[in-house]
Ligand binder design. Structure first.
Ligand code: FAD
Length: 157
């Protein structure tokens, strides 16, 4: 085992194990919170087989919704915040997406998590349809598709 100067190991080897395969899907969404619900819905809308995995017996995650018709403004969220630096074909969305501490105070709440999930699911469908990696999706095409489905991206005059 390779060790750091401190004596702590750099890597730990785990024994191999067999994992049963129960089913296969084009898009696998892990977590049934606001982001996951929208990711799965949007991916399924693109016509690709989709599964939503939630560890508890109910959906919703840490969801609470602000009541009333008094909008408090919005932030535009870049597509790249959902792309991990090294792992291909994965979107990291909702409150786990990449953002600064300051940005997270706004973007981690329920509305943006729904929006990110819808964008991730739609993008997964586009990537599958074109046979390209998750990060190679054309952002302008994704934005148009989201707006056609009724999403508000803050671009309308
Ligand atoms: C106490 C509290 C109060 C809040 N109040 C508000 C508010 O008033 N307004 C507002 O807009 N936002 C509020 N928020 C923030 C908002 O609820 C969260 O940021 C939002 O729910 C995040 O959505 P998400 O889908 O990213 O993650 P989550 O809602 O955390 O959903 C993640 C889901 O993934 C599941 N999961 C995790 N690991 C696995 C696994 N290995 N396998 C399968 N499933 C897994 C979890 O069980 C969970 O259901 C609040 C948050 C908290 C904690």
């Amino acid at each position: 085992m390779k060790e750091q100067a401190s004596g702590r190991p750099v890597t730990i080897s785990e024994p191999s194990r067999s994992t049963p395969v129960y089913a296969e899907f084009d898009v696998v969404v892990v977590g049934g919170g606001p982001a996951g619900i929208m990711a799965a819905t949007a991916a399924a809308r693109t016509g690709h087989s989709t599964i939503l995995l939630e560890r508890y017996g109910f959906l919703g995650g840490a969801f609470r919704w602000q009541r009333g018709d008094n909008p408090r403004g919005f932030n535009q969220l870049p597509f790249r915040m959902m792309l991990p630096g090294r792992v291909r074909n994965l979107y990291v969305t909702g409150r786990c997406a990449s953002m600064t501490h300051g940005a997270q105070s706004a973007a981690r709440v329920t509305g943006p998590c729904f929006a990110m999930g819808e964008a991730a699911g739609t993008a997964a469908g586009l990537a599958l349809g074109e046979g390209i990696a998750c990060g190679a999706v054309d952002v302008a095409a994704l934005q148009q598709r989201l707006e056609r489905a009724g999403a508000y991206l803050g671009r309308q005059a």
